[in-house]
Ligand binder design. Structure first.
Ligand SMILES: Cc1cc2nc3c(=O)[nH]c(=O)nc-3n(C[C@H](O)[C@H](O)[C@H](O)COP(=O)(O)OP(=O)(O)OC[C@H]3O[C@@H](n4cnc5c(N)ncnc54)[C@H](O)[C@@H]3O)c2cc1C
Length: 410
């Protein structure tokens, strides 16, 4: 750290490099922490939960296996497991569940290498303000070396995936969101069709595995193989997109199975796409989807990729996209070979009307002035960052943009 400062270089830790924003990019020193991986310690607690301390570079798939070997699991997860623990928490990565927060809400302590090269352990009790920024702050106050997570006894989920009409989903939305541990749906634009996913805890002895042939047909052949083909077709002949989406939505039929939680949360994602995701007040969801549908109709824009809708509880993390409000997440994707900017600009403008907050690791064009309006604790975030890193050692163009006032270049 001191060497980089002496040589006037900025320092940026990179995790799995899975962000759609240049969050981890630097023109200075790139730190890869793949060697800081694995379980460091496990503290069992009387209520059955445990504090698991892992190296910051641990990939989520490794974390899940390590925890499972000890009869433990993450309370909630996103839909892929290729990220590092540090990278995932630093950008506010989340899954779905109205009573649950994102991954950073499951963090109870971190070990941080600061701008002076000191190594400090911070938590709610030890330097709580630095902890607030270290656990969800885009790596702007130091390099995470280890993360302590509150984990729960391993559990099994019953997954129910069913095609529903968009009208039926919106009509029963509160029951679906509040009545299931984890509810999400994919809406196929240019149609009124969705694929719903309801995942609920079941007793440990319930065994109803997914037939491996069916799993391959759904997850590989339809969700990746056929879906890749439909995206290529939509790229070549955009006018066919509405019909293609209707066929794709019909191809995914209902299925039900039971599996360990992390196997249900995570799906293979092999089609390359760009993504923008906004967190909005949950009550605004129906109106926002209506606006997006109206814009697609009036603009003539063609989008073969479904929108993904997820939910989270309100939390108190300063830079959490769910800070202080029950949240719905609306993720817009576009196939990598198709133009995306017009679509994403339109979605961003719609989100602006409802004070949408963009995912820190996904595409957006907001700046610090807007973040100051969107996050009640944004000034605190800027203050703690400036105190912890007065020379901007850990900055990059993306954090300069997000936090505003460029730090003096070291
Ligand atoms: C296919 C796909 C699916 C996704 N699914 C979801 C999802 O379900 N839910 C969701 O919310 N997001 C999702 N994302 C977004 C993804 O979780 C985030 O972008 C996440 O940050 C990526 O983690 P990473 O390890 O690749 O971190 P990187 O992209 O490498 O880095 C992210 C940030 O963390 C910082 N960082 C990394 N390591 C450290 C460290 N040791 N110390 C300090 N700072 C550090 C980097 O500097 C950077 O600012 C998905 C992304 C993709 C590509």
């Amino acid at each position: 750290m001191q060497g980089a400062a002496r040589d006037a270089l900025r320092v940026r830790a990179v995790g799995g490099g899975h962000s759609f924003t240049p969050a981890a990019v630097t023109e200075g020193v790139h730190l890869h922490l793949d060697h800081l991986a694995g379980l460091e310690s496990l503290e069992r607690r009387p209520d059955g939960t445990a504090y698991a301390t892992v190296g910051a570079g641990t990939r989520l798939h490794t974390l899940n296996s390590l925890l499972a070997a000890h009869g433990l699991a993450m309370r909630n997860l996103g839909d892929i497991d290729q990220q590092t623990v540090a990278g995932a928490i630093s950008t506010g990565t989340h899954g779905t569940g109205a009573r649950l927060g994102g991954l950073a809400t499951q963090v109870v302590g971190v070990r941080l290498v600061t701008a002076t090269g000191d190594v400090v352990d911070v938590s709610r009790d030890e330097q709580p303000e630095l902890f607030a920024m270290a656990r969800l702050g885009l790596g702007s106050v130091g390099v995470l070396a280890a993360v302590t997570l509150e984990v729960v006894p391993a559990f099994r989920l019953e997954a129910r995936e069913e095609p529903w009409s968009l009208d039926a989903v919106l009509e029963g939305l509160d029951d679906l969101v509040d009545g299931n541990d984890h509810f999400e749906f994919y809406w196929f634009p240019h149609t009124r069709r969705t694929l719903t996913k309801r995942n609920n805890r079941v007793a440990a002895d319930v065994v109803e595995p997914l037939n491996p042939v069916r799993a391959w047909i759904d997850d590989e052949l339809l969700s990746n193989g056929l879906f890749g083909l439909t995206n290529r077709l939509a790229t070549l002949v955009p006018a066919t997109t509405p019909r293609i989406n209707a066929i794709a939505a019909r191809a995914l039929s209902a299925r039900r199975y039971v599996a360990p939680s992390h196997e249900v949360f995570v799906s293979p994602r092999r089609i390359v796409f760009r993504e923008m995701e906004y967190a909005i007040p949950r009550r605004e969801l129906p109106a926002v989807l209506g606006e997006i549908e109206a814009w697609l109709r009036s603009s003539g824009e063609r989008v073969p990729f479904p929108l993904e809708i997820r939910f989270a509880a309100a939390d108190d993390l300063w830079l959490s996209t769910a800070h202080g409000r029950e949240t719905a997440y609306v993720a817009a994707h576009q196939y990598v070979k198709m133009p995306f900017r017009r679509y994403f600009d339109a979605v961003e403008a719609i989100m602006r009307q409802v004070d949408g907050r963009p995912h820190w690791g996904k595409m957006h064009w907001l700046d610090s002035e807007r973040f100051a309006e969107l996050y009640p604790r944004f000034a605190d975030a800027q203050r703690v960052r400036a105190t912890a890193d007065p020379d901007g050692l850990f900055g990059n163009p993306y954090t300069d943009h997000v936090f505003g006032a460029r730090h003096p270049q070291v």
